[in-house]
Ligand binder design. Structure first.
Ligand code: PLP
Length: 355
């Protein structure tokens, strides 16, 4: 077994993979593969219902919100959000806290204006800007809760006069959030919730239908709500594996319990980065992510040898994103703390051998 620190698609619980593998051959003993069953069958409807129920339960989703399983990844949401929420000629406020926020901002130009309230670009996105005002005449305020590439995270959300839209792709279900504080939450499943191919959207019904735009059916949240995420053929397998993963999370004590584990994993790893003379953290300590831990070697020539040592120890996915360099240890929900200890041991051994 490898220690999978990959950023996305990320690690899935081993028992979920075993259940999913069995269902590919024979789903629940019905003599058909999960890949073959009709999405209109009672068997799949039960899976989708259970997945929606688990999202609502694990995240304490209040009344008045719809839970959707869509396709096109979080990147489609970058466009779908303004398409649905931004009136013709209107503006939306964006916090530019990372590369993904930047990509979301780029999509707004097809629909209206994006007002960037603050950016951390000048510092290579190594901190979260906090000193800004959210314009009260914006249609919504868009944030990215976790900056997957540079490893910063919003540890507090901002009070906003307008609905908050949040890209939670890389920290969904890793910690408690108050869904009532958001107008819309979206997340590609492939980090903390399931395999690639499905995107979770949690939307407050009352913010929809106000933009005055004509929206094609597939891109219209209302159509997707009315169709129960089955306006077209949904990604059956990805929803099934997400449901299994959410069930696994519930069996572990839910979001509160996993948050404690995630904090413990992040703490031991950051402690080692701060203690070890060969490594240093990339981001300002107060904004460090508990999901994506980014660090570098003081001496860049040591990068390759450290990656080689990791490889020998079965540590995979540790190389930093191409635009950030260095190392990135993604410590998503399903990564056990024992894997973090293996990485820490490797860092210590490396420091010992490179004195
Ligand atoms: N937003 C964040 C925070 C991400 O980390 C990613 C992918 O890593 C995306 C958006 C893009 O997601 P997708 O590949 O599902 O479009």
């Amino acid at each position: 077994m490898k220690h999978n620190f990959g950023a996305g698609p990320g690690i899935l619980p081993h028992e979920v993979l075993k259940q999913a593998a069995a269902a590919v051959v024979d789903f629940n003993g019905i003599g058909l593969s999960i890949l073959e069953i009709s999405h209109r069958s009672p068997e799949f409807e039960a899976v989708l219902d259970e997945a929606v129920k688990l999202v609502k339960e694990l995240f304490s989703v209040p009344e008045g919100y719809s839970v959707l399983f869509l396709q096109g990844g979080a990147s489609t949401q970058f466009a779908m959000v303004p398409y649905n929420l931004l009136p013709e000629g209107g503006k939306a406020a964006y916090l530019e806290s990372g590369v993904w926020a930047n990509k979301a901002i780029k999509e707004v130009k097809y629909f209206g204006e994006a007002q960037v309230v603050a950016t951390a670009k000048e510092a290579n996105f190594t901190y979260i800007p906090k000193d800004f005002e959210i314009p009260a005449d914006a249609a919504y305020f868009h944030i990215t809760s976790n900056n997957t590439i540079y490893g910063t995270q919003l540890h507090k959300f901002f009070p906003s006069p307008v609905p908050v839209v949040c890209d939670m792709s890389s920290d969904i279900f890793s910690r408690k959030v108050n869904v009532a504080d958001f107008g819309l939450i979206y997340a590609g499943a492939q980090k903390n919730m399931g395999p690639a191919g499905v995107t979770l959207v949690i939307v407050k019904d009352e913010i929809l239908g106000k933009s005055g735009r004509k929206i094609p059916s597939m891109f219209n949240y209302q159509t997707q709500i009315e169709g129960g995420s089955m306006y077209n053929t949904p990604p059956v397998f990805a929803i099934y594996v997400s449901m299994l993963t959410l069930n696994w999370l519930k069996s572990k004590g839910g979001v509160e319990a996993i948050e404690k584990e995630n904090e413990a994993k992040a703490k031991v790893l950051y402690d080692e980065i701060d203690r070890n003379p060969l490594f240093k953290g990339v981001c300002v300590p107060e904004d460090r992510s508990i999901m994506n831990v980014c660090f570098v070697t003081e001496n860049p020539e040591l990068e390759k040898p450290f990656l080689k040592l990791c490889d020998e120890k079965g540590i995979v996915g540790i190389k930093g994103h191409r635009s950030a360099g260095g190392f990135r240890a993604s410590i998503y929900n399903a990564l056990p703390i024992t894997s973090v200890y293996v990485l820490i041991d490797a860092m210590r051994e490396f420091a010992e051998n490179n004195k």
